[in-house]
Design a protein. Sequence first.
Length: 303
Amino acid sequence: MPDQETKQLVQRLEGRVRELEAELAERTHDLARFREELAKANTQLEKFIEQIGQELKVAGLIQKTLVPTEFPNIPGFEFSTKFAPSPISGGDYFDIFEHEDRFRFGIVVANSSGYSMSALFLSVLLKMTGQLEARKGAAPEKILEMMARELVPHVQASDRANVFYGIVDRRGFDLTYSCAGRVKALLFSYGANKLQRLETMTEPFQADFKGELKSGTVSLNPRDRLILCTEGVLRAANPKGELFGEERLYKAILGAAKSGVHELRNEIFYQLEAFCQGRDFPQDVTVVVTEVKDRVIKLAKNP
């Protein structure tokens, strides 16, 4: 017969077992409730992701519709462009348009930090390219100043916008340009076989923007090529997480710099896609190549 002490120990153990069983039942109930709530949350999240995905798709389609597919026929120049939308982050825009003075035309290449800012940014860009000031040929930094006044007060802390605006005057074949942010602008001199970087004038448009907008001017000669790339080109990544970067872009350009304008553009995209190995671009990618044709007659400038 077990003694009294042993009976008490058994009773305590049995009591503890009952407590643990009760705790287990309670935890099982909590776990079932948690799984139910998690299932509801997952359903809501899936609907939210589907909705956001649809909104991004619509935004991307709108943006792609706004990107021009035809450009004016400008004597002495040939253009080649390509826009590749990103399923992750968008905001690219470009345009080539004639001024009222038919000897002058403008080139705009720009991008914003993402779809959340695209509507505002695109509206300002479209207004800029449609403004009488732009078509009359106001200096590029004046147009960018107008953009900054309209855009910056509405920019959120994490937003930014990059824009290049250049004016080509066919009288002297000069390019006058201004750039805010990270649009990559390069000029290949055919005669000198040299690739020149057109310096960024100031920081991107962002909250508390206080950059000083300026213009620069370069002379264009026969067979020269102006290459404009949005930030998405440099930030495209391979499976290892390495960025395409400036060095690879320069090599791609120099590898086809004396080919046709379309071949040069295609070479940039070929090298970019080969580097990414099938990965989606993290940002929109836009490349605009402008070539000066062989026969360039520079007219005397007005005094």
